[in-house]
Design a protein around this ligand. Structure first.
Ligand code: GDG
Length: 471
């Protein structure tokens, strides 16, 4: 394979691989889907052109969609494959394992076999002779970098993990740990959100693989190939979000929210309904706060937007029941006769404009995951508040990737319910000047490292990996 015939790395088209294609069907056309991954990758695909490889979700997705300036390459999966690969190995094994065992992972050989097969389907739709920058995303496709390399794909291979990487003693539980690590090491560069996850990965390779040598931040393989690692925190399009937060539609929605909730102060949570997000802990802290400070029962409202997620999986259905029981209990205990309930719970997604109005209206945003790779909601809230002269406070879990950048947030340990209740109380007491100062600093940090900075880091051309002979 000669790289001299290829255009320079930074001109190669991007071939992105992600679990899902970034489009959804509306009544009679195809639209770009919402969601963090799509909005993060979209600018790169727009500027470089290329191909997006992903599961078609069981629909007949066309290769080209008007208005989309990159090609779609669908991977079709049978219902059994989706069950075992997606609901099974990806979401019942890898998801809880990579999030540090916040739930028990299942270890099931059949799901593992199907996961391997599905990763091969993704490799099958790629044409290895097409020069490109192959950019593989997330825990659904951990084996794909290795498969692409074995097929001698032309150009660099990058891998980005959107979720945490746990310490070696946690990852060690996975019966197929060596195959998974070897799959990831098929990339030229393996990237994580933070130095901590990167460090965990390097220590895991050193401890669990016999035939590699970890040398600082690189991994040397037995065949002399060198794999680099990186920490590139993902971010948001801060300028665009700041503009969108000021549109007439958002203003209108904001007026509605202010009329609805005045004169109460608004606390907000926005998450997929996922057990990593710490929603029950957050509710229990609110409950404790209302118990300790009865005057707040008529002065605060907590709005939780819980976007339905992975309802096929038992743990998620149990979580929903638990959350709904807690909401009922808190409202039952603390609603005062003739007054509004203290907790508003929305089991659905809201439109982008409405979400921005909630971000604007909220006096406090509660981002309290038990474990979260980054958390974009925290960055969005800060950006919107700062751009609209707000003075909100952010309570942020120590177990998010975002805490490493958002140093002026009020940190919390969501496992400590009393401590969390105290931090929420503090957020309500903080003086306005202090809140504005904190917001301004955090917003500046986000602007300085927005999604474009992340893309530049991820896609920066690196010299072709050198072959290093080991003795
Ligand atoms: C994974 C990792 C990492 C939420 N509710 C609504 C809505 N959203 C949007 C938010 C935000 C996105 O969804 C959620 O992103 P997060 O980062 O908070 O969380 P995950 O979905 O778990 O994402 C995470 C991320 O990947 C990127 O690498 O940060 O750690 O777990 O953009 O605004 N959007 C709309 N309505 C809603 O109701 N329109």
């Amino acid at each position: 394979m000669s790289s001299s015939a290829m255009p320079p790395e930074d001109e190669l088209p991007v071939i992105a691989f992600a679990n899902r294609l970034p489009v959804r069907r509306t009544r009679n056309s195809w639209r770009l889907s919402d969601g963090g991954l799509v909005s993060a990758l979209q600018p790169a695909m727009r500027s470089r052109g290329g191909i997006w490889v992903g599961w078609d979700g069981g629909t007949q997705t066309p290769r080209e969609v008007p208005g989309l300036d990159f090609e779609l390459r669908p991977v079709s999966l049978s219902r059994r494959e989706v069950d075992a690969y997606y609901h099974g190995f990806a979401n019942r094994t890898l998801w809880p394992l990579l999030h540090g065992l916040v739930e028990q992972p299942t270890f099931d050989r059949f799901s593992w076999d199907v996961y391997r097969r599905v990763n091969e389907h993704f490799a099958d739709v790629d044409d290895p002779s097409q020069p490109g920058l192959r950019w593989v995303h997330d825990y659904h496709l951990l084996l794909l970098p290795g498969l692409l390399r074995r097929r001698e794909a032309l150009g660099r291979i990058g891998f980005f993990l959107h979720v945490p990487f746990p310490p070696p003693e946690v990852f060690a539980r996975l019966p197929w740990r060596a195959s998974v690590l070897e799959g990831m090491l098929g990339a030229d560069v393996v990237s994580f959100h933070t130095q901590r996850y990167r460090g965990n990965f390097l220590r895991t390779c050193a401890q669990l693989l016999d035939d590699v040598r970890v040398d600082g931040t690189i991994v040397r393989l037995h065949d002399g190939r060198v794999v680099r690692t990186a920490a590139h925190p993902i971010s948001i399009d801060a300028a665009d979000l700041a503009n969108r937060a000021r549109t007439a539609n958002v203003e209108r929605a904001l007026d509605g929210l202010r009329t609805q909730f005045a004169p109460r102060r608004l606390l907000l949570g926005v998450d997929r309904l996922d057990y990593t997000k710490g929603i029950p802990e957050r509710l229990r802290a609110i409950e404790l706060l209302l118990e300790m400070r009865p005057e707040l029962r008529r002065w605060i409202t907590f709005v939780q937007v819980a976007v339905p997620s992975r309802g096929e999986i038992r743990e998620y259905r149990d979580l929903r029941a638990h959350v709904e029981q807690l909401v009922g209990r808190i409202n039952g205990r603390f609603t005062e006769p003739g007054l509004d309930v203290p907790v508003h719970y929305l089991y659905r997604g809201v439109t982008a404009d409405r979400l921005l109005a909630y971000y604007r209206a909220a006096d406090v945003c509660l981002v309290t995951p038990l474990q979260d790779g980054m958390n974009l909601v925290a960055k969005e809230y800060v950006t919107v508040q700062d751009a609209t002269a707000g003075a909100g406070a952010l309570v942020l879990s120590e177990f998010t990737g975002a805490i490493e950048e958002l140093r002026q947030a009020l940190p919390c340990n969501p496992f400590d319910i009393e401590g969390l209740a105290g931090t929420i109380s503090l957020a309500l007491e903080l003086d306005e000047e202090d809140r504005r100062r904190r917001l301004a600093k955090m917003a500046a940090t986000i602007r300085a490292h927005d999604v474009y900075a992340w893309l530049d880091e991820e896609l920066a051309a690196t010299p072709a990996p050198k072959l290093v002979r080991t003795a």
